[in-house]
Design a binder for this molecule. Sequence first.
Ligand SMILES: Cc1cc2nc3c(=O)[nH]c(=O)nc-3n(C[C@H](O)[C@H](O)[C@H](O)COP(=O)(O)OP(=O)(O)OC[C@H]3O[C@@H](n4cnc5c(N)ncnc54)[C@H](O)[C@@H]3O)c2cc1C
Length: 572
Amino acid sequence: MAVNIILPPSSLSLWHTKKLIYSTQIRFRIMSSASKSQPQSVASSAVYQVPGLDSHEMDSTADKTFERYSSNTAKRNGKGVSIVWFRNDLRVLDNEALFKAWVSSQAVLPVYCIDPRLFQTTYYFGFPKTGALRAQFIIECLADLKKKLMKKGLNLLIQHGKPEDILPSLAKAFGAHTVYAHKETCSEELQVERSVARGLRQVELSPAQGNSSRSSSTHSPKLQLIWGSTLYHLDDLPFSVGSLPDVYTQFRKSAEAKCTIRGCIRLPTSLGPPPSVDDWGIIPSVEQLGLHSEKVVKGMRFLGGETAALSRVTEYFWNKDLLKIYKETRNGMLGPDYSTKFSPWLASGSLSPRFIYEEVKRYEKERLANDSTYWVLFELIWRDYFRFISIKYGNSFFHLGGPRKVEKRWHQDQKLFETWRNGCTGYPLIDANMKELSASGFMSNRGRQIVCSFLVRDMGINWRMGAEWFETCLLDYDPCSNYGNWTYGAGVGNDPREDRYFSIPKQAQTYDPDGEHVAFWVPELLTLPKERRNFPGKSYIEQVVPLKFGSSNKHHSQRSKYGGRHSGLRNR
Ligand SMILES: Cc1cc2nc3c(=O)[nH]c(=O)nc-3n(C[C@H](O)[C@H](O)[C@H](O)COP(=O)(O)OP(=O)(O)OC[C@H]3O[C@@H](n4cnc5c(N)ncnc54)[C@H](O)[C@@H]3O)c2cc1C
């Protein structure tokens, strides 16, 4: 049963901004049968829907946003049919591929290919390439995209198979002169782009099927790839990708000083009609993708799709007014509101970073501008940076030695790895974060840095095992951000200065001082006094490895199978 309750600070708080935030009371929508009078038990079993709006509020938010972003002046001057191949750009708003397809044709055929390779296994360690929770999220994105396209007079053709098999045969069948799609940057996606282009070259179209009146001979459909996943456009950068700075700050300062962010693409209200299609296909269930469906029964339940994405922006910026305190809250770990939670929609492309930029600017004009409003953009520039860096360094992003080709001995101890993966390391902070990842497909940025450091530094395990497990589980999995951050965390990234050790006791004391996050995810700790939840001693399972730096426990009562060791890393 769905009930709305207001969680009191004792059951869920952003510790360092408690006063600030709870003076205005954050309202969570909880799907739970627990009563209001049992905040502790509600908190330890609650599901937080993100965004927390009901479907009516979300539809109306999306409709209003689309109204603001519609164009009455866009002109169509093409001929024939064009195809839009949707990939990680599952949105209508600010979708340049869709816009160009519309401009250059008389009929647009939107297509999504359910590529079986996405449901196989990860490259080295054979984990599922897409976990059930992300599969569910993508299914919801597709359902919403179809709805949005239908509202604009189009539809979405769902096809099962490899894009390189499907798109050329569709181009042939519909006489499409061009396939428009967004450009990707990592090897697997680039390989697919090359195969699609090759497949299209084999297709022969009659002269009448072109989009130019001058064409008099047979020709092949073209693949036109468009850049559209970042805040800054690749073509606007003040340096070539080959000479991209290896230090983030240099990149950011230069981009901020010398580039402008392009405005969102505005589409006309109607994009139809589509070509005539007998069977538009159906959006599959998780089971039809060969996975076992999983339900989020605890933690955050993200709703997939552009409607939810636009609603989350409205909820976080405007309804809850949290943008103005983002910089103070962003290192939190518990609940929907310490950070924007935009990442799952950004990764699936149901949210455009340029739209976020325009909303930040609108907020700064209408409400206020401060460090926090800027900091969301600062973080989005990190996202840009990893995407551009992935072009510069290509496959070395995925190599053990990373972009810097660092030679180091790594372990591949499966049993030890499993304690990390399953959240049974004996360190509540690690275990809570890993349980959160498995149960919800999400983990805070703080949590990700801590568990990465622990796997790599304290366990000495091959960082790619961790990166691949994240690839399986994360709703926001994105090869550039994931492998970019993991290479940094493992000390093999392009910036040699990013060699970090995260001390668990320090992190626990700073970011979870009342043990609220660990007690939420490891409920047996709930009965301990707050200050002991992160340092439970014998009340919790034995630690599987010692920490590299000093004592693992501020109370010095923790058991460990091993003695302590030291290394020369910077300790945070
Ligand atoms: C080991 C590790 C793996 C990661 N894997 C991914 C991944 O696969 N996909 C992913 O989107 N992010 C990844 N991140 C980055 C970051 O943790 C998430 O983007 C962030 O936690 C998402 O939550 P949010 O949207 O509330 O972020 P906010 O704090 O609200 O930030 C706003 C946006 O800025 C971007 N951003 C913030 N921090 C980073 C960062 N360090 N790197 C790149 N972009 C950032 C994201 O798009 C995010 O949505 C990883 C970080 C680490 C340490």
